[in-house]
Ligand binder design. Structure first.
Ligand SMILES: *Cc1c(COP(=O)(O)O)cnc(C)c1O
Length: 837
């Protein structure tokens, strides 16, 4: 710190806390003030502890370093104010921890040859009483002035060496003596000093890497927030995050001093910078929860829209010293939340309040509750992206929804037991829906999971290992897809090792490239086709393929496709009553598969969810009886059940649920021999993210298979087998800077790869030509199509030297890539190539 500061030519004021555990001991001294002997014994023990620390840990002479301070500490036992435990005496007692630790710190650094000064915080921080503040908080939870002036700053600059140590937690009391700052202790002191002295910045060194998008203990995928504005940070701190006490933000905000949270054990991490210049990126920055919330619901008994009702009610909260946080109101009801406070828990203030309120309204208390809050700028403009979040809350009872008037938060109050379990899922939904813009590199740093276990050991992707060959392929012309067949085989073999699975099919719509089909056929896969075109393509590539290895699962297909598929002898799936009712003769004497919609959907985007009332796929569970009767009438036999209700799913429990609900249906039908649980296995598009947990998938399937062993288990993944085996190669056409925004243009965009435009999908984008260069200024990577949605990626840190002719690689493009490419703007379709070693 000293080195960096002197590089910057800055003076450094270090604000220290007490040695660990000491403040609690001093609090015990205050609490036990009446007992003179015990007080003396406690103070002696503390003196002894500091002497030992000084001699043993720091190798210094305790008498020389601490002599005077320890005498002052002991003298507090003889202080005439002790017996009554006067507040001014308690403040003196509590201040001792920081006075001692700062003295030790100065002595130690001097012994190391540094020129260090000792600063008494009470000479700089002046406590100031607030209206309605009681004597206790004036002494023990004081607030300070922090408006500095030039004279004060000059006095500080002249007062000592460039490096100084001061005490956190303490200030000069009004009228002299010592006051304690209370909660937020030394962080608040540092903020006061920063504001008062007009510091270049305030660094808070703590034991976590910074503020996160959720509590990492509850949500391991929570992302480090590297940049916040003051208001967002204040909101996050107030609604649950414990990293920084909300009190310390205000002084820095007023004085425009940046705050920087750093981790003592990980000094290389970027930490969290809180300042006013942060580019305002709208979006949810964090989700937090607070427990112990009490809701008070009040119904008017008087007239509708009774004048003065609110003031009657709020006066009573004030009289009981309770401050209201959230408010929801209608014409006849007001519901408010109370934050947990010592006051609320330890006394019967709530009973007294209710008795009082009962004079003016009907009261109901709902507790314990938890408040789940989404924090971020521009909350109101995000509502359309929150549909998944609303849906998640829709499953539970929400007592109150509140949206702050500063447009910074949206809070849901639910039963306390629910909150913690909901957070990981809500966090994932926010990230997936784009409401939490986790790809904004200026704000979102690495995930806690990544910080805790760096992914550095993961092998480099195939396209980096074979960079020269990939560049050669690009030289033959772009846009061009390249598929790495060994990676396809690797994924195929991973799946082959899941014991519960009896038969595997590849959903060929993900990637029908002939080399991919041959590779998977050789690995023992069958194929799932959704159109006659796919069936014909498949048999064109693999003429000898047994029809039993092919499933036909169309959606709203015409009669002739069913006829042709039946003639081929492949497994035909029906997903509504219509084909049986319109063309019963087609299915006479045939085995058919029934695609069921179990009534819920899942997936990485609403456009890939294929279950539930609003999805066009599958027969509703309630119509299974009717279908069975129609099949019997037509002379068809239901040999299998099928469900595929979403794509890009990471929660292994999903397939367990699907299999279990299909097995229940199968028992009612009687003729079913196999259950096909579809595909949908997720893929980690972001190299930082955890790969799909195949072990959990295998375990979930094994469990449900054990429960219903009579059915064969079939699966039909697409994406999982081919996504990471494919890359899209492009050339840079132009690099343009417009009003500060750098744009890298490529010779293929939404015409070559639709997923970003269609689903808001995120793909890794690399400048392969300059693979070794450090990340540059964030840029947008755009294609050549005349549509504003022709953006492949935003906020990408392509190297600053990126220039025309460089090869850009879009990763994980092997699934739903080339097959969705189109000729819009009459651009040529991308080429396709394979690498087979
Ligand atoms: C698309 C599709 C699949 C494959 O989905 P993935 O998410 O790529 O695994 C499986 N079954 C059916 C019926 C499909 O339409």
């Amino acid at each position: 710190m000293k080195r960096r500061a002197s590089e910057e030519g800055a003076k450094v004021l270090v604000v220290v806390s007490a040695v660990s555990g000491v403040t609690n001991e001093l609090q015990a001294v205050c609490d036990g003030h009446a007992d003179a002997a015990a007080t003396r014994a406690r103070l002696d023990a503390l003196a002894q502890r500091h002497r030992a620390f000084c001699a043993d840990e720091l190798g210094l002479d305790p008498d020389a370093v601490l002599g005077e301070r320890l005498a002052a500490l002991r003298a507090l036992a003889d202080d005439p104010r002790r017996a009554a435990g006067e507040l001014a005496w308690q403040a003196e007692v509590l201040a001792q921890g920081e006075l001692l630790s700062s003295t030790l710190g100065v002595a130690y650094l001097r012994s190391q040859g540094l020129d260090v000064g000792w600063t008494d915080s009470r000479d700089w921080l002046q406590a100031r009483g607030l209206p309605n503040q009681n004597a206790w908080s004036r002494h023990l939870s004081a607030s300070c002035d922090y408006e500095g002036d030039a004279a004060q700053r000059a006095r500080f600059a002249a007062a000592g060496p460039a490096l100084r140590i001061a005490q956190g937690f303490i200030a000069r009391a009004e009228g002299g003596g010592t006051a304690i700052l209370g909660r937020g202790g030394s962080d608040t002191s540092a903020a006061y000093f920063g504001a008062l002295l007009g510091a270049r910045r305030v660094e808070i060194w703590t034991d976590v890497p910074g503020m996160f998008s959720a509590n990492p203990r509850q949500v391991p995928d929570a992302r480090l927030l590297t940049r916040l504005d003051y208001a967002e940070a204040q909101e996050i701190a107030t609604t649950g995050a414990k990293v920084l006490h909300p009190r310390c933000i205000h002084p820095c905000r007023e004085a425009r001093v940046p705050l920087w949270i750093r981790d003592t054990t990980r000094p290389d991490m970027p930490g969290t910078v809180i300042d006013s210049s942060a580019t305002t990126i709208p979006g949810v920055k964090a989700i937090s929860s607070r427990r112990g919330i009490v809701l008070v619901s009040m119904e008017t008994i008087g007239m509708w829209q009774q004048v003065g009702f609110l003031s009657d009610v709020f006066e009573r909260f004030k009289a009981h010293g309770l401050s209201v946080d959230l408010i929801g109101s209608s014409e006849a009801n007001v519901t408010v939340s109370l934050d947990p406070s010592d006051n609320l828990v330890s006394t019967n203030v709530l009973d007294a309040l209710c008795a009082d309120l009962a004079q003016v309204c009907k009261v109901k208390v709902i507790a314990p509750c938890a408040a789940i809050t989404l924090v971020g700028r521009g909350m109101r403009s995000l509502l359309h992206k929150l549909s998944d979040v609303w849906a998640e809350f829709g499953r539970e009872r929400v007592h109150l929804i509140s949206q702050s008037s500063n447009d910074l938060n949206l809070t849901f109050v639910v039963d306390e037991g629910l909150a913690e379990g909901m957070l990981p899922r809500l966090h994932a939904l926010l990230a997936q829906s784009g409401a939490m813009p986790v790809t904004e590199a200026a704000v979102f740093g690495p995930s806690w999971r990544h910080i805790d276990h760096p992914a550095a050991e993961r092998p480099a992707p195939w396209w980096l290992r074979q960079r020269e060959r990939v560049l050669q392929a690009a030289a033959a012309g772009t846009p061009r897809y390249l598929y790495h067949l060994p990676t396809v085989r690797e994924r195929a073999r991973d799946l082959a090792e899941v014991p519960a699975i009896d038969r595997r099919f590849f959903a060929l719509k993900a990637n029908p490239h002939p080399a991919v089909l041959r590779t998977l056929e050789a690995e023992g896969f069958g194929f799932e086709c959704v159109s006659l075109g796919e069936i014909e393509h498949l048999f064109g590539v693999l003429p000898a393929l047994a029809p039993d290895r092919v499933l036909f699962t169309p959606s709203f297909a015409p009669r002739r496709e069913f006829e042709a598929a039946l003639a081929r002898g492949v497994h035909v799936t029906l997903d509504s009553l219509a084909p049986l009712q319109q063309w019963p003769e087609l299915f006479a004497g045939r085995e058919i598969v029934l695609r069921v919609d179990p009534g819920f959907g899942q997936g990485h985007h609403e456009k890939v969810r294929t279950g539930g009332k609003d999805a066009k796929f599958g027969l509703a569970l309630e119509s299974v009886g009717e279908f069975t009767a129609a099949a019997r009438a037509a002379g068809a036999r239901i040999a299998g059940l099928h469900a595929h209700i979403g794509s890009g799913i990471h929660d292994a429990q999903h397939w367990h649920t699907v299999y279990a609900s299909l097995a229940a249906v199968a028992e009612g039908i009687g003729t079913v021999g196999f259950i096909d649980v579809g595909g949908g296995l997720g893929v980690a598009y972001d190299p930082e993210a955890e790969p799909f947990d195949l072990e959990a998938y295998a375990a979930a399937l094994a469990e449900v298979k054990a429960a219903y062993p009579q059915y064969a288990l079939w699966v039909e993944p697409g994406r999982y087998l081919v996504a990471e085996a494919g890359a899209l190669l492009l050339h840079v056409t132009q690099v343009v800077r417009k009003q500060g925004q750098r744009r890298v243009g490529a010779d293929g965009g939404m015409n070559a790869l639709m997923r970003p435009a269609l689903y808001g999908a995120w793909h890794e984008i690399t400048n392969l030509t300059r693979a070794g260069d450090p990340p540059g200024e964030p840029c947008e990577v755009v294609g050549p199509v005349c549509e504003s949605s022709d953006v492949l990626g935003r906020q990408r840190r392509l190297p600053d030297a990126t220039a025309e002719g460089d090869v850009i690689l879009v990763g994980h493009a092997g699934a739903y890539g080339a097959v969705m490419a189109n000729r819009y703007n009459l651009r040529e379709l991308p080429q396709e190539d394979v690498l087979d070693d």
